[in-house]
Design a binder for this molecule. Structure first.
Ligand code: GAL
Length: 705
């Protein structure tokens, strides 16, 4: 859900920590923020020890003065609830608030997020500080909205304190009612794990092979963590809603074991994200061909957009990142901070705040560089921020409220993500295939969305897309399979990869031929299969030389054994090979395996069903096979008629009442040669572009389409 009223007009701003600086600096800081074109600051999300220096003793004076000063300079304020950093007195007095690792080690004061989300006293103290803050600041004229906590589940996304074990038991009792049903759901008959009393039931604990819980427990554990994190945030949201009905509420970050869609639907006005694209540049796979580096971050921003069509960025990278002992990142090149800002906006951000105003001189983050350096003199990051501030002051309001446009969506769901964290027989495949499709679409300048399938989804949500790619839904409920069938019958094109449909929502394997609940729709079965690993080298798929026409008119199938005869279009069949068997008349074989004992056997099938079609691809996708499928489906860039872009450039489209904007982002360190076939106005410069145009490294165009 996005509450668009909460977002426009466009806001640019910065994270500011008044408690880190002498008060004599504040006025100058706020006035320079204004000069750069900023209109909003976020503060207080780590300041619990300042607000409540002793239990039950509250002191708002420092932030009163900070908010007043920000207000005098015409800046709005976002206040964070400070619950990610409880004071030392709290965990000393109430050690039951502390989180515990799987191995049973209790985490101690000294970092942040070292507490759990279930201990009753901690929940109460969090509720009280939230209430005090809301009551105290509800009428402050600078206050625009609230951020709940900070990056829920970031430092740790598992919780094993005593109160978590107890809460898990209650959660299970609600879900399963009886121990018999729990035993059945977790398959405890295997290895004599049967529970005979609820007190024997725990979250994961160290086992004979260290981290080897029952897989069905492991899946429920993640659902439980998500529910308790949402309940933790809800207590705060409910308090703020009641006391501050005119302020909006958000939270920031996309972290593990948290259904951020439900969190947003139930608690927030809009979701926010913390955008640090350089994580994609420093942690890329060195073996990957033509990696996307920082552009790969756009895939994560796409996931953020699936939660909130228009979102906030509470922390936008503005300098090299680093902690004292890790994450030593290079400096963004001149222009990259601006590029990354527009990358967020191109994907749906209507509010962007930089992290942070000035680099901290103390603590773990003395190398997480902000806009200003310690010396506080103008530097190139300050100048770049000023350029962006000037631009967005002119154009931001045109863009705010417009929505991203895409006709293809990658489908994901939490059950498979969480099950796949543990299950190496499908989990890693989804990440590889998702990235492969993303890369193939990026190279062809086809903007895509991500659709998280949830029980609340209706047919219309699916029909918003011409093509849905659901790479490896190992868990596929019958109801989900039925909804997908409706989508295909109504005209959609659906693509599955290997390992589809063989588990139910508990993670039990169906006693059905693969692909289980997807078999009747796809009209195939999996005759044989193998993991590709060690001595089992990947084989190729040989594609039918005739590409189906744009209307999908049928053509002869590849006959078995024909593999050697046809002109070769080959793509590699990675990671897992399923040898398919055609079970229904309308199925055509689009590719066969090219070698090994299954040479000539079907690898990719397609079936017309109703007005649409369903494809089954018997392996894990790579950019080449995904790209070839896009070509076979005649998928092309929405700007095909008027814009020619080289591969180094990303394209997104945002559209709304004020018009349609084509964001053209050059992620390359070389100028990009683009061609604009019909004259278009660039919103950033106001000039009309026609014909050949050289887009400078890291530069951006926003063409009014
Ligand atoms: C974010 C966090 C910030 C800061 C930043 C740089 O994850 O919300 O508080 O720590 O990373 O490390």
């Amino acid at each position: 859900m996005t509450n668009l009223q909460a977002l426009p007009p466009f806001r640019l701003g910065v994270c500011y920590y008044p408690e880190h600086w002498p008060e004599s600096m504040w006025d100058d800081d706020f006035s320079r923020m204004k000069e750069l074109g900023f209109s909003i600051v976020r503060m207080a999300e780590f300041a619990w020890a300042i607000f409540e220096p002793e239990e039950g003793v509250f002191d708002f004076s420092l932030f009163d003065r900070a908010l007043d000063s920000a207000h005098r300079h015409g800046l709005q304020v976002i206040l964070g609830t400070p619950t990610a950093t409880p004071p030392a007195w709290l965990t000393q007095t109430y050690p039951e608030s502390l989180n515990v690792t799987l191995e049973g080690v209790t985490l101690q004061h000294g970092m942040r997020q070292h507490t759990n989300h279930t201990s009753p006293i901690f929940l109460e103290l969090c509720a009280r500080i939230t209430l005090k803050l809301a009551e105290h600041y509800k009428d402050h004229p600078a206050l625009a909205g609230w951020q709940l906590d900070n990056e829920l589940n970031c430092e740790m996304a598992v919780f094993y304190s005593e109160s978590d074990h107890q809460a898990f038991r209650l959660w299970l009792q609600k879900k399963y009612e009886t121990l018999d049903r729990l035993n059945e759901a977790w398959g405890t008959v295997f290895w004599s794990q049967t529970y005979s009393d609820w007190s024997q039931v725990h979250l994961s604990r160290p086992t004979a092979s260290p981290k080897q819980p029952n897989p069905h427990l492991a899946l429920d554990e993640k659902r439980f963590i998500s529910d308790s994190t949402i309940a933790f945030a809800k207590r705060q949201a409910d308090i703020i809603r009641e006391i501050c009905p005119h302020h909006w509420i958000t939270t920031n970050g996309l972290f593990g074991h948290l259904d951020s869609h439900r969190l947003t639907d139930e608690l927030l006005d809009f979701f926010s994200y913390d955008s640090y694209p350089q994580f994609s540049s420093i942690f890329y796979d060195e073996k990957e061909e033509a990696p996307l580096y920082d552009r790969n971050w756009s895939l994560t921003l796409t996931a953020v957009r699936s939660i909130s069509s228009n979102f906030g960025v509470m922390e936008q990278q503005s300098g090299p990142g680093g902690w004292v002992n890790r994450m030593d990142m290079p400096s963004p090149r001149p222009g990259q901070m601006r590029l990354w800002t527009y990358q967020s906006i191109a994907h749906g951000a209507d509010m962007v705040l930089y992290f942070r105003w000035r680099t901290a001189t103390v603590g773990n983050e003395i190398y997480w560089h902000g806009i200003n350096d310690y010396h506080n003199k103008p530097n190139r990051r300050v100048r770049e921020a000023g350029q962006i501030g000037g631009e967005l002051a002119r154009i931001g309001d045109f863009i705010a409220g417009t929505r991203n446009q895409a006709s293809i969506a990658l489908v994901r769901d939490y059950d498979n993500e969480w099950d796949g964290e543990y299950d190496v027989w499908h989990g890693p495949f989804s990440w590889q295939s998702g990235k492969a499709w993303f890369k193939a679409m990026q190279r062809r300048h086809i903007p895509n969305d991500i659709l998280y399938l949830r029980e609340s989804n209706e047919l219309a949500d699916l029909l918003a897309y011409k093509i849905l790619i659901y790479p490896h839904p190992a868990i596929l409920r019958e109801e989900t399979a039925a909804l997908l069938e409706e989508y295909v019958r109504a005209g959609g094109t659906l693509i599955f990869g290997c390992r589809t449909g063989y588990k139910d929502e508990r993670g039990h394997c169906y006693m059905l031929p693969f692909p289980g609940t997807a078999a009747s729709l796809t009209g195939i079965s999996v005759d044989d299969f193998t993991r590709i690993k060690g001595t089992r080298k990947p084989v190729d798929m040989r594609w039918h030389p005739t590409v189906p026409d744009a209307n999908g008119a049928s053509k002869p199938s590849l006959a078995e054994g024909q593999a050697e005869d046809v002109a070769a279009i080959l793509t590699r069949a990675d990671e897992f090979n399923e040898i398919l068997q055609v079970e229904a008349d309308e199925v055509t074989v689009e590719a066969v395996y090219a070698s090994d004992y299954y040479a000539g056997k079907p690898a990719v099938t397609r079936r017309r069903v109703g007005l649409g079609e369903v494809w089954y691809f018997g392996a894990v996708f790579n950019p080449e096979s995904a790209g070839h499928l896009l070509d076979r489906l005649h998928a092309e860039s929405p700007t095909e008629e008027w814009l020619r872009l080289p591969a180094a450039v990303e394209l997104t489209l945002r559209s709304g009442n004020s018009g349609t904007y084509a964001f053209v982002l050059n992620f390359g360190d070389e100028p990009a040669a683009i061609t604009v076939l019909t004259p278009k106005v660039d919103l950033l410069s106001g000039s009309t572009i026609h014909g050949e145009y050289k887009l400078a490294p890291y530069d951006v165009l926003i063409l009014m389409a």
